[in-house]
Design a protein around this ligand. Structure first.
Ligand code: BES
Ligand code: ZN
Ligand code: ZN
Length: 508
């Protein structure tokens, strides 16, 4: 839950807030406004930099306090390094660093003088907008369960930043460029909020209620309740849900933004296990609390659909998520049970903790049959094995189509949400063959992320398809310039960018 941050774009010449941050390039290169401040202060800015041996190195800072004649009470210099070398995502990160530096000073409002000397291939108004984007992402906090204990309890209610004025060369253009970033930031925040929410407050029904809110941005929402899911015969998904007293939901979200309303949509599928105990194949106690984040894929889909709706993306996109809770109980699925998936194929469930793939299998089959999508991308916190392979830096990318792989890798490098291509191979298909049913839900000891992907592939027909295993990146994320939160909202930026760059232009 973020305390909302108002972002205002103003001319470079406008009055500054009492706390202001000035960008400085390599070797203390300043723009016109920076030079003017230095001049007015009788060279105090340059002298302070020199005294602190500040050379404008990226992310380095120096602070001037109560400097006469510059009209601000504190001026923080933030280094950009060589501006010409910075890419889109670097400016976003810099916006995050700026808010980090400002927030540490506990102020309710601040100015950023976004006047980089050399912005290379990125236009100055785009730089200002990206700084605003990074600022919003960094400003996030999840504090809704912290009650104020004592009036002087700093942890309960700090002086949070509420207004950020970004001074730049062309505020009108920057504001226009910022609108789409703002929509994406809102999507990221929605995804983070969903991941951070504890499972007692966010069961399948509550999650579905949150999905309904997408209607406000023009996304069409359908929610299937347990009876409807039974009627659809989603036997694999229901096998996961049956141990919980909280019934399953499936949410279908449609954004019709393409010129042709009938253009085939892109389908984005998300694993929404609101809590994964492992079921009868129960997980060890240590760290099990993290499994409240086992709906990170679904959260990403919801955040993405919000972003597309808010920025009125020029594409047709359908999002589908399966919302279930994986619990052990008298009604839970047992190891050895055989169930019939939506596709009509049978699955032998040998480990009830390999539940995400059961949910996704039915969603993938359903979305293909109903929407005939031009491609499918699924997102799931699917395996611990992907973390063993890639840690928390990269999500695993499994793709059956090289063009789709290329496009996703490109969006990945633009946004900095990193994916690493992993193999699909007949050898992994073999590992999930079952004697008693068409397929079993676990492979052997090795290549856990790959056999999970092979399982999903079994349900994909002749459609370009990508599976993104975000077990390592969706939750318990390392803190970064633009993410201070446990739930990262990972994937919203990646897929928004993928759609914008690869599927909107072509549509126009
Ligand atoms: N939700 C887990 C995967 C996971 C682990 C996500 C850690 C995030 C952090 C998934 O349902 C699971 O339990 N997978 C098992 C599969 C195994 C039983 C074949 C795993 O990875 O251990
Ligand atoms: Zn599991
Ligand atoms: Zn799981």
């Amino acid at each position: 839950m973020t305390n909302s941050l108002e972002i205002v774009f103003s001319p470079l010449s406008a009055d500054l807030e009492a706390t202001s941050l000035l960008l400085a390039g390599e070797d203390m290169a300043l723009g016109g406004r920076g030079k003017e401040l230095d001049h007015r202060s009788g060279g105090a800015v340059a002298k302070a930099a020199e005294a602190a041996q500040f050379k404008g190195k990226r992310k380095s800072t120096v602070e001037l306090l109560a400097t006469p004649r510059i009209g601000v009470s504190r001026l923080v210099l933030l280094g950009t390094g060589k501006g010409a070398e910075l890419k889109e995502n670097d400016w976003t990160l810099l916006g995050g660093s700026a808010v980090g530096a400002i927030s540490a000073r506990k102020t309710k409002s601040a100015s950023i003088i976004a006047e980089a000397v050399d912005t290379g291939s990125t236009r100055p108004e785009a730089v200002a907008a990206l700084i605003g984007f990074g600022a919003l992402l960094r400003h996030y906090e999840f504090r809704k369960y912290l009650t104020k204990q004592k009036p002087d309890d700093e942890t309960a209610e700090p002086d949070t930043l509420q207004k950020l004025v970004i001074h730049c060369e062309n505020p009108d253009k920057a504001r226009a460029a910022f609108a789409r970033h703002q929509a994406v930031a809102h999507g990221v925040v929605i995804a983070r909020d969903l991941v951070n929410e504890p499972a007692n407050a966010l069961g399948p029904i509550e999650f579905a209620d949150r999905v309904r809110e997408l209607e406000k941005v023009g996304v069409e929402v359908e929610i299937f309740d347990a009876a409807e899911i039974e009627k659809l015969k989603m036997g694999a998904l229901l096998a996961v849900a049956q141990g919980s007293v909280r019934p399953a939901r499936v949410a279908v979200m449609q954004w019709h933004g393409a010129k042709s309303k009938r253009a085939k949509p892109l389908a984005i599928v998300g694993k929404g296990v609101v809590f994964d105990t492992g079921g009868i194949s129960i997980k060890p106690a240590a760290g099990m609390e993290d499994m409240k984040g086992d709906m990170g894929g679904a959260a990403c889909v919801v955040g993405l659909m919000h972003a597309l709706g808010e920025r009125k993306a020029n594409a047709n996109v359908v999002g589908i998520i399966g919302l279930v809770e994986n619990m052990p109980s008298g009604s839970a699925t047992r190891p050895g049970d055989i169930v019939k998936a939506y596709s009509g194929q049978t699955v032998e469930i040998l480990n009830t903790d390999a539940e995400g793939r059961l949910v996704l299998a039915d969603l993938i089959s359903y979305v293909q049959e109903r929407f005939k999508p031009r491609l499918i991308i699924d997102l799931a916190t699917l395996t611990g094995a992907i973390m063993v392979a890639l840690g928390k830096e990269y999500a695993g990318l499994f793709v059956n189509d090289d063009k789709l792989a290329h496009d996703l890798l490109e969006a990945s490098s633009t946004t900095g949400e990193k994916v690493w291509r992993m193999p699909l191979d007949k050898a992994y298909d073999k590992m999930i063959e079952s004697k008693n049913a068409d397929i079993k839900n676990i492979g052997g000891r090795w290549a856990g992320a790959c056999t999970a992907a092979a399982f999903l592939k079994y349900f994909v027909k002749d459609t370009p398809w990508a599976h993104i295993d975000l077990a390592g990146t969706a939750m318990d994320a390392p803190k970064s310039e633009i993410n201070p939160s446990w739930g990262s909202g990972w994937g919203v930026r990646l897929l928004d960018r993928f759609i914008a760059d690869k599927h909107e232009r072509a549509e126009k």
